[in-house]
Design a protein around this ligand. Structure first.
Ligand SMILES: [Zn+2]
Length: 334
């Protein structure tokens, strides 16, 4: 199987400053992971998203504010979201890459798509940068698909809740947003009860207590996520693929291992063809974990997930997740 990989050199020039976890070295780790997957790589130069594409989810004045701040030399957007002169260009290409992959995959079979999107996107709100994110890459691509009346499922396995994505698209019954994330953790949103508001049934949040490992996550994936996606019948699946739920990640406290990502990716093949899946990078701050997890994800999408057992969760982890399962079962026949 082929993997079409959207990248652009500007991702390396988005400079967040010394010691920042969301740094350009992440790109190299991700590309090592792509190479290590064994899939045939097709390179795609990520184009700039058009301003009109961004404006489907972002305020025009906010887009202009980012451009002007970068032109003026850069600065802080919040306490941990930083831009440098090249960041606007990188952000346009990060969003454009996801869109271009969709267009490219429409002409292919036996392929899948991976966007090395940096800066990441899932915390970005309509008019506010947050959590290292400038433009919401996945939401921009999903909004373009919605204009063509495509149904879109967004699977967000980043350790942080994608508050931006849910805020931007949560009211649209044609978008399913599913997030597995660490409970009580930045950005302190994403509760199971969200499924009852906005477009009912389409915002599926599964908070996981600290320490939760792949044993419980795989069970929830098979028992909740994959069945709900299957029932939703999306035309496209966009994966907000942060790899910061990995046990080695320095920012968070879940305990996934590389093979867990392969497991989740392979399971998606039961409900969607790989050429209708685009994986977009979100977080993930340990280089080794990034490399291993990206490889496993792509191998899984190809139906060849690497072997490996999950770690064991602390007692009570499943019980904590059951609140979410109960909420989901009010809307979906799982
Ligand atoms: Zn994250």
């Amino acid at each position: 199987m082929k993997v079409v990989v959207a990248t652009h050199p500007s991702a390396l020039e988005h400079d967040t400053g010394p010691g920042h976890p969301e740094n350009p070295q992440r790109v190299a780790a991700v590309l090592r992971g792509v190479g290590g997957s064994g899939l045939e790589v097709v390179e795609l130069e990520a184009p700039r998203a058009a301003i009109a594409d961004l404006e489907r989810v972002h305020d025009a004045s906010y887009i202009e504010h980012i451009r002007l701040l970068c032109d003026a030399g850069g600065g802080m957007l919040d306490y941990d979201t930083v831009v440098s002169p090249a960041s606007y260009e990188a952000a346009l290409r990060a969003a454009g890459g996801v869109m271009a992959l969709i267009e490219d995959l429409e002409t292919r079979s036996d392929a899948t798509g991976f966007a090395v999107s940096r800066p990441p996107g899932h915390h970005a709100l309509s008019a506010r940068a947050m959590g290292f994110c400038l433009f919401n890459n996945v939401a921009v691509a999903a909004a373009a698909l919605r204009e063509r009346e495509m149904r879109v499922a967004i699977l967000d396995w980043d350790v942080h809740h994608g508050n931006g994505t849910q805020a931007l698209l949560g009211d649209d019954p044609g978008v399913l947003y599913v997030s597995l994330h660490q409970d009580g953790f930045y950005p302190y949103e994403g509760v199971p009860g969200d499924i009852d508001r906005m477009a009912p049934g389409t915002n599926v949040n599964v908070p996981l207590q600290a320490g939760t490992a792949g044993d419980v996550v795989r069970e929830l994936w098979d028992g909740v996520v994959v069945p709900v996606v299957g029932l939703f019948e999306p035309d496209w699946v966009l994966v907000s693929a942060g790899f910061d739920a990995h046990q080695a990640d320095p920012l968070a406290e879940l305990s996934l291992v590389g093979s867990d990502y392969g497991y989740m990716a392979e399971a998606m093949r039961r409900v969607i063809a790989p050429e209708r899946v685009v994986v977009a990078l979100e977080g993930g701050y340990d280089p080794g974990a990034l490399e291993e997890s990206v490889s496993a994800t792509l191998m899984g999408l190809a139906g060849e997930a690497p072997p490996g057992d999950p770690l064991s969760s602390p007692p009570g982890s499943r019980l904590a997740a059951d609140t979410a399962v109960e909420a989901v079962s009010r809307h979906w026949a799982i």
